[in-house]
Design a protein around this ligand. Structure first.
Ligand SMILES: Cc1cc2nc3c(=O)[nH]c(=O)nc-3n(C[C@H](O)[C@H](O)[C@H](O)COP(=O)(O)O)c2cc1C
Length: 343
C-alpha cells in the first residue's frame, strides 16, 4: 500500500489515535526486524557539522518520537538524523485530550500535547537497548510541575542523564504548551539559563572526555529585536547551534478554519513564512559561527531548499512527514544534495 492510501485510512481515525497507530507500526516493525520492508534509500550526502558526520541534511524534528520508541525504524526511512524528545526529568501525561488537531486543507497541525513523555530514565534505557548507530539529537525540557525559577535544575538533570546517549542536545525553551517556558528566551532569564547549562556542559565534557554539542530551539513568535538579542546570547555563551523554529501561537493564514481557535502551537505550511523570517534574521547574526537547523513548514523540496538558501545547515520535518510520508525525506535530501553539487 502506498502512503497516500494509508494516509486516507489513518486520517479517518481520531488524530491522536492515528498518530499512535503510525508510531506503533514503525516500532513493531523495528521489533520484528522488519524495518527493511519499508526501508527507503538514504540519500548519501555526508556533511560534518559540530564534529558530527551527518549522512544527509534532512532530519526528523522533535516531538514525533518523544520517547525514542522507534529510532531504528524511523532511521530506515532515510533520515540523515533524528531528534527525539522533548523529554523531561519525570514522566508526565501532558495536557488533556483532545490536544492534536489536523487542518488538512492548510497542511497544518495545531498541538498542545504538553510534553507527554515517559521521563528521561525510560528514554535512556530504551536508547541503550537499541541497535541505532545513526545521529541522534535529544531534546530536553522541564516538567510542567517544576516552577519556572527551577527550570535550570530540570534541564541540568536531563543533560546529565542523556549526555552519553546523545549525538547532540537541544534545549527546548520555545514550546508554547508549557506555561511560561518561552520567557526563558529573553533577558536575564536566558543569560542565567545558558550560563548554568554551559557550566554543567563543561563538567560533563571533562567527565566523559566527549563533547556533545549543545543547541537551543527558539520560537518563531519574536520581533526582530528579540531575535537579534537571542542570537547574540547564543554566540556570547558559545552554544554550538540553534534550531529555528518551534510552532507558532499565531493563527494568521488559518483564521476561520475548523480548529483554528484551538490553543496550542501551529505547524506546517502556515508556519513557513514566519519561521523563515526568523531563520533569515538568526542567520544574518550567526551564520558560519554556529550550526543552524531550519524547521517549520517544509512540505516539499522547494521549502527545504529555501531554508538552506536562508542559511540553514540542516533541516528537519514533522508536519510535512505526516502529510506527505517518507517520500518527502528522499525528495528534500536529493534536492539539497543537488543544490550543493552545483553551488
Ligand atoms: C504534534 C507535535 C508535537 C511536537 N512536539 C515537540 C516537542 O516535544 N519538542 C519540540 O521541540 N518540538 C515539538 N514540536 C515542534 C516540531 O519539532 C517543529 O519544530 C514544528 O512542528 C515545525 O515544523 P513542521 O512545520 O515541519 O511541523 C511538535 C510539533 C507537533 C506537530
Amino acid at each position: 500500500m502506498n502512503y497516500k492510501s494509508l494516509q486516507k485510512l489513518l486520517f479517518l481515525l481520531p488524530t491522536e489515535t492515528s498518530h499512535h497507530l503510525s508510531l506503533q507500526s514503525v516500532a513493531l516493525m523495528q521489533q520484528m526486524n522488519l524495518s527493511a520492508l519499508v526501508a527507503k534509500d538514504r540519500v548519501q550526502d555526508s556533511v560534518e557539522l559540530m564534529g558530527i558526520q551527518f549522512p544527509n541534511r534532512v532530519g526528523l524534528a522533535a516531538g514525533l518520537d518523544k520517547d525514542a520508541r522507534c529510532i531504528e525504524g524511523m532511521s530506515a526511512l532515510g533520515f540523515g538524523f533524528l531528534e527525539v524528545g522533548t523529554v523531561t526529568p519525570k514522566p508526565q501525561s501532558g495536557n488533556s485530550k483532545p490536544r492534536l488537531f489536523r487542518l488538512v486543507s492548510s497542511r497544518a497541525i495545531i498541538n498542545r500535547m504538553g510534553f507527554n513523555n515517559e521521563g528521561v530514565d525510560a528514554m535512556v534505557k530504551r536508547i541503550r537497548r537499541s541497535n541505532f548507530k545513526g545521529v541522534l539529537g535529544i531534546n530536553i525540557g522541564k516538567n510542567a510541575t517544576t516552577a519556572l525559577e527551577d527550570a535550570l535544575a530540570d534541564y541540568e538533570y536531563c543533560l546529565r542523564k542523556i549526555y552519553k546517549s546523545a549525538s547532540y542536545i537541544v534545549v527546548n525553551i520555545s514550546s508554547p504548551n508549557t506555561k511560561g517556558l518561552r520567557s526563558l528566551q529573553h533577558g536575564d532569564e536566558l543569560s542565567a539559563l545558558l550560563e548554568g547549562l554551559k557550566e554543567t556542559h563543561a563538567t560533563l565534557i571533562h567527565k566523559h572526555q566527549k563533547t556533545v554539542p549543545l543547541l537551543v530551539k527558539i520560537a518563531p513568535d519574536m520581533d526582530d529585536d528579540e531575535v537579534f538579542q537571542v542570537s547574540r546570547k547564543l554566540l556570547e555563551f558559545e552554544l554550538d547551534g540553534v534550531v529555528v523554529s518551534n510552532t507558532t501561537i499565531s493563527r494568521s493564514g488559518v483564521i476561520g478554519q475548523k480548529y483554528a481557535n484551538e490553543s496550542g502551537g501551529l505547524s506546517g505550511t502556515p508556519l513557513k513564512d514566519q519561521s523563515n523570517r526568523v531563520l533569515a534574521l538568526v542567520s544574518s547574526e550567526v551564520k558560519d559561527k554556529i550550526t543552524i537547523i531550519g524547521v517549520g513548514g517544509i512540505l516539499d523540496k522547494e521549502d527545504a531548499l529555501t531554508k538552506i538558501k536562508l542559511g540553514a545547515d540542516l533541516v528537519q520535518i514533522y508536519t510535512g512527514f505526516i502529510f506527505k510520508g517518507p517520500d518527502l525525506i528522499f525528495e528534500a535530501a536529493s534536492a539539497i544534495q543537488a543544490h550543493y553539487a552545483t553551488a
